[in-house]
Design a protein around this ligand. Structure first.
Ligand SMILES: Cc1cc2nc3c(=O)[nH]c(=O)nc-3n(C[C@H](O)[C@H](O)[C@H](O)COP(=O)(O)O)c2cc1C
Length: 213
């Protein structure tokens, strides 16, 4: 299929240096809320890129569950491919694509496990089905059939008989501490606005640079 004619101009808005918050977390919050207010579906979804120690990259979608000045948190299975790669090489890249707003945000940084207490707090808020799913799915492993997974779910349901579902040890969160955060706003003639925050200091001071589109 030839897609060479498939294109559109981006002209909704510009991004000006004097509108940017000095604090990229606050700037992220503004854009995050605008994605929410625009009614974008799954606006908390991001593409998470990880790479193994031998530099083989993989990417997948995860959901952002928390962000503050300590970083950006998602939850997963600690035995999954992404987790094994993070344990080998904690440098990751995150991409939020809010395409109806002609925006993307790219965050590069280092991932580390959140505390078990933080994971437990979040695990407790998950619907029961998702809690059980965390037990029965050996995420990223080859499985012979869906029937096998459904059987394991039925067994777990019987075993727990309505009781509280404990958090599996192999499940929890990662927090990404950013080293750079780029805000991208589409503009006419492909002259998009790109601002990247870099070199964070302990006191949350960042340098801001404009990148060519
Ligand atoms: C919208 C969406 C949200 C997802 N959220 C998560 C998530 O928060 N955590 C997670 O482990 N997997 C999530 N997944 C599944 C992952 O994309 C992926 O299939 C899974 O984590 C296994 O990835 P891995 O084998 O690369 O580790 C989500 C998928 C989609 C499409």
């Amino acid at each position: 299929m030839d897609l060479s004619d498939l294109r559109r101009e981006y002209s909704r808005a510009g991004l000006h240096r004097d509108e940017l918050d000095a604090d990229p977390y606050k700037q992220f919050e503004v854009w995050f809320n605008q994605a929410k207010d625009a009614g974008l579906i799954d606006y908390s979804a991001l593409s998470l890129a990880t790479a193994s120690a031998d530099a083989f990259p993989t990417v997948r979608t995860v959901l952002l569950k928390l962000f503050d000045h300590n970083g950006f948190v998602f939850f997963t299975n600690y035995k999954s491919t992404k987790s094994l790669q993070i344990e080998e090489n904690p440098r990751v890249s995150m991409l939020f694509h809010w395409l109806p707003l002609e925006r993307q945000v790219i965050i590069n940084g280092t991932a580390s496990r959140v505390t078990a207490l933080e994971s437990m707090k979040y695990f407790a808020t998950r619907p029961r089905g998702s809690q059980l799913g965390a037990w029965v799915s050996p995420q990223s492993s080859v499985v012979s059939s869906r029937r096998l997974l459904e059987g394991k779910l039925r067994d777990a349901l019987k075993k727990l008989a309505g009781g509280e579902v404990p958090m599996p040890e192999h499940w929890g969160g990662y927090r990404i501490k950013p080293e750079s955060i780029e805000f991208w706003q589409g503009r006419e003639n492909r002259l998009h606005d790109r601002f990247r925050y870099i070199n964070p200091t302990e006191g949350n001071h960042w340098e801001v640079e404009r990148l060519a589109p």
